[in-house]
Design a protein around this ligand. Structure first.
Ligand code: ATP
Length: 375
């Protein structure tokens, strides 16, 4: 919707109107429809996963009683959509750019959060950018693309390719109107093509991710969801903790498989998704490594998450939690003792009381022989 608004604002408003009309006639308490910002998308995704992972709830009475109790840290959020991608995490460093800085007070604790949303770096728009940046200069109607499995073919047109605002600046009238993309299935060449959409030459801050965007040093664990999960799940890389090299090896193997073989093995997966797993795998590695700065050492800090406790990881739950004030800024007043400690103390004092009474009774009781007058 953010892209549509850029290319055709009237159409974007018509979509919103249609959504409004439909939801107004539903039994829900409809409060309006709007296009959220990329920053909101990052923030709500971060709230969702930390809420579902129980990272916000810190029972202060338990914390006081157990000196070695590990303080719950939040997890960073990595979201990959079709049009945009977001990175959000708590940072102890100075956030040099205001646009990337968020402050939350949740359950009585302050969080300084870094977030950035890269529009045009969702996996569909990144594929489009990659194609445009690597178009051959010749007027050939066949384009060989290493990011598709060998034997794969797809028809496209210049008007379709340049229809997105992410690439319209490169639009050219040269070249064929219609063309065919033919896969050559080469992971290393694909990765080189993908790298061309990341600009790391300028940085107006002390440190950047890419395209001149500020990013502090990566901090803590990360949960990666949406398309990060869909793609890694297909490649069977979500359950086991594979090293970065093993992950690259798995994607390389997939890219080198002939398309016929892939299609026969996975007849039920949508052709659009299936045909793009080689590109998507190479893109995810490049985004995480070259873009955000993950490496062989901190790769283990990333978990690929589909559902957490039965709920989808994504921005929508976080949005709802915020709108309905389900996460209060302050901790609800807690009793001085936790329930467990209270019950424990009650049992202890009851036993102690019985013990005292028993001791008194035994101490004041006359021996039986004395009672009967026998010495
Ligand atoms: N099973 C799957 N395998 C591969 N890709 C998938 C699968 N299911 C969905 N996708 C793709 O993953 C991407 C992310 O989907 P999602 O619905 O999270 O994002 P979106 O709403 O399109 O993103 P954005 O926030 O950028 O608009 C989309 O490009 C979607 O087509």
């Amino acid at each position: 919707m953010r892209l549509l608004r850029m290319s055709n604002n009237t159409l974007a408003n018509e979509v919103l109107l249609s959504v409004e009309n439909t939801l107004r006639s539903s039994p829900f308490d409809f409060q309006g429809a709007r296009i959220i910002t990329g920053q909101d998308e990052g923030a709500y995704g971060w709230i969702t996963i930390n809420y579902l992972l129980n990272n916000f709830v810190q029972d202060s009475s338990v914390l006081n009683l157990l000196p070695n109790f590990r303080k719950v840290e939040t997890s960073g959020a990595l979201d990959l959509g079709g049009a945009s991608t977001q990175i959000t995490f708590v940072s102890n460093e100075d956030i040099e750019s205001q646009d990337n800085s968020l402050h939350f007070r949740l359950y009585g604790k302050n969080y300084n959060v870094y977030t950035h949303s890269f529009l045009c770096y969702g996996k569909d728009q990144a594929l489009r950018q990659q194609l445009v940046k690597n178009l051959p200069s010749t007027e050939n109607s066949t384009i060989f693309d290493p990011c598709f499995n060998s034997g794969y073919r797809r028809n496209s047109s210049i008007s379709e390719l340049y229809s997105s605002p992410c690439v319209s600046e490169y639009s050219t009238l040269d070249g064929p109107i219609n063309f065919e993309i033919k896969g050559t299935g080469n992971y290393h060449l694909c990765k080189a093509n993908v790298q061309s959409i990341f600009n790391r030459t300028h940085c107006p801050y002390s440190q950047c991710s890419f395209n001149g965007v500020f990013q502090p040093v990566l901090q803590g664990k990360f949960g990666a969801f949406s398309a990060f999960y869909f793609v890694m799940d297909f490649l069977k890389l979500t359950q086991e903790k594979a090293t970065l090299d093993e992950v690259k090896e798995r994607i390389q193997q997939h890219c080198s498989r002939p398309w016929d073989e892939v299609k026969t093995e996975f007849p039920k997966i949508k052709v659009k998704y299936l045909s793009e797993y080689c590109f998507s795998g190479a893109y995810i590695i490049t985004l995480l490594e070259l873009g955000y700065g993950f490496n062989a050492d901190n790769w283990k800090d990333i978990s690929f998450l589909g559902k957490i406790s039965g709920s989808d990881a994504g921005w929508t739950l976080g949005y709802m939690l915020n709108l309905t004030n389900m996460i209060p800024a302050e901790l609800p007043p807690s009793p001085p003792l936790s329930h467990g400690v209270y019950v424990g103390l009650m049992v202890f004092f009851s036993i102690f009381l019985v013990f005292i009474m028993l001791t008194c009774w035994l101490g004041h009781r006359k021996p039986r022989c004395l009672q009967k007058g026998i010495i």
